[in-house]
Design a protein around this ligand. Structure first.
Ligand code: CAA
Length: 386
């Protein structure tokens, strides 16, 4: 029995802004972002896309090759939830017409909760090897307009089916965990964008990585050289470089930077042009790594570092399956990345400032999204999807 990822897919809105437009607004050169934080573009969600429609679009694709009658658990991981009570996953459950015998819940701990879902799913499958678990991670990352966090926004979803028939990656049992009550990044209920202490958040990320790594290493007996590649949570792609170099330093490894970067660089390609998608960021990095490396990764060990501000973090690992690329919808993903429309700053700011009515009035939304599922409007405080 190899418990792990049977299918894996992402969805992003077809709109994006190039960070040079944000740099221009700040009278700064584009390289402040291109080189400074390693980001080029960020995905922008139009009014008729939200975490639910994006999540349903990713999940629909991930379910194409799976016996969905066996899905008895749906975890929806997000930190941009749209309801304090009802789980976003319940809408996805209906849109995908899953079995009514399905436990469906929403999970939250900043960008970490998708990893919590993954670990809980593997535990469930170990007890119920015929079951399958659908995990949807979906977020719209928002910081204040003109704030330092503005260039690290993004929007998108990753969905995966976990089962005892892993076709992409199976998980190893070792872990390193870290939890500390810190205020590096948070979003009070009354705000629709995050507050962040940027520099502090970077230092807590590194501290959590060091602590997780020490526990993981002790448990597994593995060392740095046992991993073919490393996937890090990616608030911006330069964060992975910082983290990876710190880890090498911790191990007293004086490796050339180019050699270190080779172990992470393929995993950064998609996030660099999509932006931070919070819960799904680490797993978008995994997809980028798998789709842009060749079959040489088969049977190789990957390291993962998941970080959710606030904070909870985890270091874990998995083994890549043979023929993993034939089980990924690579052509569909490339289409999503290729066929996008660029927004100028004003168009982006208009979408940023859009909000649904909060007084119960009815609003029908024009179709902008190209997704199979979209938010078509709101009536009596109820979101309507088609
Ligand atoms: N050419 C090349 N590089 C340049 C440059 C230029 N012209 N101008 C600046 N830079 C470099 C700087 O030297 C700096 O590099 P180092 O980090 O290696 O020193 C880098 O660009 C960033 O410059 P600043 O520190 O001045 O940037 P900033 O004040 O704009 O802040 C940020 C950057 C902290 C990431 C900010 O965008 C932010 O707060 N983002 C949101 C928080 C975040 O992403 N935190 C990450 C850890 S928390 C987490 O992971 C959870 C999550 O998802 C939020």
């Amino acid at each position: 029995m190899q418990i792990g990822i049977e299918s894996l897919s992402f969805y992003i809105p077809h709109l994006f802004i190039d960070l040079k437009a944000i740099a221009e607004k700040k009278n700064a050169p584009a390289k402040v972002f291109y080189r400074g934080i390693g980001q080029e573009k960020m995905a922008v969600a139009p009014p008729d896309e939200d975490i639910i429609s994006m999540g349903a679009n990713a999940a629909w694709q991930a379910c194409q090759t799976v016996d969905t009658a066996k899905i008895d658990t749906l975890f929806f991981a997000t930190e941009s939830g749209v309801d304090q009570s009802k789980a976003a996953g319940v809408y996805v459950h209906r849109l995908l017409q899953l079995s009514p015998n399905c436990r469906t819940v929403e999970l939250k701990q900043a960008c970490y909760s998708g990893t919590a879902a993954l670990q809980m799913a593997t535990g469930w499958i170990r007890q119920h090897p015929d079951s399958k678990v659908l995990i949807v991670m979906s977020d719209i990352a928002r910081y204040g307009l003109s704030s330092a966090g503005e260039p690290t926004q993004g929007a998108g979803s990753v969905a995966m089916v976990i089962s005892a028939e892993a076709k992409i990656l199976y998980l190893e049992p070792f872990f390193g965990l870290y939890c500390e009550d810190v205020m590096d990044f948070w979003r009070p209920n009354y705000l629709d964008y995050a507050l962040v202490d940027g520099k502090y958040s970077i230092s807590v990320y590194i501290k959590a990585l060091q602590s997780c790594w020490n526990q993981y290493k002790q448990q597994s007996g593995y060392s740095f050289s046992d991993f073919a590649r490393f996937c890090y949570h990616l608030p911006f792609s330069k964060m992975a470089e910082k983290a990876h170099h710190e880890l090498a330093k911790l191990e007293n490894l004086a490796l050339p930077v180019a050699e270190l970067d080779k172990k992470i660089e393929k995993g950064l390609l998609y996030n660099r042009i999509i932006g931070n998608i919070y819960t799904a960021s680490l797993y978008m990095g995994l997809i980028s790594m798998l789709e842009n490396s060749d079959e040489e990764l088969s049977d190789k060990r990957l390291a993962f570092f998941s970080y959710g501000s606030g904070c909870v973090a985890e270091f874990f690992s998995g083994m890549v399956m043979k023929n993993f690329q034939s089980n990924l919808p690579i052509a569909r993903h490339r289409d999503l990345l290729k066929n996008r429309i660029e927004l100028n700053y004003q168009q982006y700011a208009e979408y940023y400032n859009f909000s649904l009515p909060v007084d119960g009035s009815t609003l029908s939304l024009d179709r902008i999204s190209r997704g199979k599922f979209r938010l078509k409007g709101i009536r009596n405080h109820m979101r309507l999807y088609e």
